[in-house]
Design a binder for this molecule. Structure first.
Ligand code: NDP
Length: 253
């Protein structure tokens, strides 16, 4: 018998495709009722329909995580539909344009920071407000990246934002322990999704990264599911402020 999330409510931002959808499916299969938040209403609806096949209650909210009011509204709608929150997976993110540092514009820098840091700040802050208000123990999972470990050359804004999430994870873990809220980061390695589509399609890059991965393949979004389920497990009390790397061994090779 695996981890049982029956009766728990889990929000996954960016849950309409890629890693977020993989995580949403895994937590639903573990028994949770799941809300997915994303900007594209059609993709949300399509993903919600697929997730409903798990037999769980699924709610889709149209939400841009960089918009403070939309985040609050999405949380209201989620709680109204599914009940109070137990776990929040801050997964929504964008990749960076691959550029030499000297060519990175302020606009590009801010585009990445706005989603990958501000969006995580706004959405997790809302989750924390509700968990404290409802006096519920809870779990936050911040989806960072192995770019927070290896030097993300030519992808500096992204690597910097994802490293920033480790700081946020640690600070929140310390501050929120008294509220019985655990905070951990999940660091996926190379995963086949739209975000990494161009990198995966590049034969040379795919071959080099695969060779450097002891497991000898890129991850599928489903590979991130079990780690996310573990980090959301409400029966765990003592695991907080950590980062869990799921990269097929890439960063230790
Ligand atoms: P995808 O591009 O496949 O999916 C991104 C998801 O985020 C979509 O559901 C998208 O929905 C949502 N999203 C993007 N911007 C916003 C926004 N402003 N507000 C709300 N939702 C938003 O990416 P991945 O699945 O690859 O990435 C998921 C996370 O995993 C990201 O944080 C990424 O940095 C991280 N990651 C990915 C790796 C990889 O190799 N793929 C490796 C390491 C980390 P919509 O467009 O409808 O808003």
């Amino acid at each position: 018998m695996g981890i049982d999330l029956t009766g728990r409510v889990v929000v996954v931002t960016g849950g309409n495709r890629g890693i977020g959808l993989g995580i949403a499916r895994a937590v639903a299969e573990a028994g949770a009722d799941v809300a997915i938040w994303g900007r594209d209403a059609d993709r949300n609806a399509e993903a919600a329909e697929r997730l409903a096949a798990t037999g769980r209650r699924i709610h889709a909210a149209t939400c841009d995580v960089t918009d403070e009011d939309r985040v609050a509204a999405a949380m209201d709608a989620t709680i109204e539909a599914l009940g109070p929150l137990d776990a929040f997976v801050a997964n929504a993110g964008v990749g960076g344009a691959l550029l030499p540092y000297a060519d990175v514009t302020l606009e590009e820098w801010r585009r990445v920071m706005t989603v990958d840091l501000d969006g995580v700040f706004l959405s997790t802050r809302e989750a924390v407000r509700r968990l404290i208000e409802h006096r519920r123990p809870g779990a936050l999972v911040l989806v960072s990246s192995t770019s927070a470990i290896h030097g993300a050359a030519r992808n500096v804004a992204y690597g910097t934002a994802k490293t920033g999430l480790l700081g946020l994870t640690r600070a929140l873990a310390v501050e929120l322990a008294r509220h019985h809220i655990r905070v951990n980061a999940l660091l996926p390695g190379w995963t086949i999704t739209e975000l990494a589509e161009a990198a995966y399609a590049d034969d040379r890059f795919r071959a080099v990264t695969t060779r450097r991965t002891p497991v000898r393949r890129w991850a599928e979004p489903a590979d991130m599911g079990p780690a996310a389920v573990f980090l959301c497990d409400p029966t765990i009390e003592y695991h907080t402020g950590d980062h869990l790397v799921v990269d097929g061994g890439y960063t230790v090779f």
